[in-house]
Design a binder for this molecule. Structure first.
Ligand SMILES: C[S@@+](CC[C@H](N)C(=O)[O-])C[C@H]1O[C@@H](n2cnc3c(N)ncnc32)[C@H](O)[C@@H]1O
Length: 228
């Protein structure tokens, strides 16, 4: 006689879960070290909430990656308020999978593959622009184009937050992107050209980021439209 199907189903379910976990662990490596993935997710939403991100805000996530930071933000926002930009097509594909796994398709986010900020235009202004661990992975030219893009799309009362590595050091590399350290003056000049003012808000560890990680010494910049 056949045994109950339960003992068969359980290992199958476990194997499927392992497969799924394996897939998401691989996905997590696309945006950084998997062991800090959850900390980076938690920091992003905690910071943005502390800055007063409102459910009705129009939100732009520059370099959204696989939605490590994006998922809790999408959850917090009303439907249709989130736009993510990402340069790598395979990463956007994983971002859609992450959205599906989180059951948040009904929030109707827009994910755009973008490789040229100068050629891109959104059909709306944004209240909050966010570039988490992104600006320092850009060449100087692309960082300039990204900040100009922010200047063209921020609402008059809008704010952009971006963490950067301040100082002077030789460029490094990560997954085919540079890792750059630049003096504050560099970002001030790019912002000035884009009609924005820069205010350093502090080191990440002063803003709730776990202090034991080396990234804690990065500085969060706020960019806002320059007042006339
Ligand atoms: C360290 S990951 C951070 C991803 C996301 N912000 C997060 O915190 O999970 C940096 C991301 O920026 C993306 N990126 C780099 N240059 C870009 C560009 N020019 N335009 C859009 N995305 C870019 C990379 O592909 C990568 O997914």
């Amino acid at each position: 006689m056949l045994k109950s199907p339960i003992p068969i189903r359980r290992p199958l379910r476990r194997a499927l879960r392992r497969l799924k976990l394996g897939a998401s662990a691989t996905r997590h490596t696309l945006v950084g070290r998997p062991e800090v993935w959850q900390l980076k997710r938690d920091f992003q939403i905690a910071f943005l909430r502390a800055q007063g991100l409102a459910p009705d805000d129009r939100f732009l996530d520059i370099g959204c990656g696989t939605l490590r930071g994006g998922i809790p933000v999408i959850e917090h926002l009303h439907a249709g308020r989130y736009t993510g930009l990402e340069v790598r097509a395979e990463v956007i594909a994983e971002a859609w999978r992450e959205l599906e796994a989180a059951g948040l398709e009904h929030k109707d986010p827009r994910l755009i593959q973008n490789s040229d900020f100068d050629a891109l235009g959104l059909d709306h202004r944004v209240d909050v622009a966010w570039a988490f661990s992104v600006l320092f992975h850009m060449t100087d030219e692309i960082a300039g184009a990204a900040i100009s893009f922010v200047g063209r799309h921020l609402a008059p009362q809008g704010r952009c937050f971006a963490n950067v590595c301040l100082g002077e050091a030789p460029d490094g590399s990560w997954q085919g992107f540079p890792v750059v350290t630049r003096p504050l003056r560099f970002y001030e000049q790019l912002a000035e050209t884009a009609g924005l003012t820069v205010t350093p808000l502090g080191r990440l560890d002063e803003l709730g980021h776990p202090a034991h990680l080396p990234d804690a010494s990065q500085v969060m910049l706020e960019m806002t439209p320059r007042k006339a």
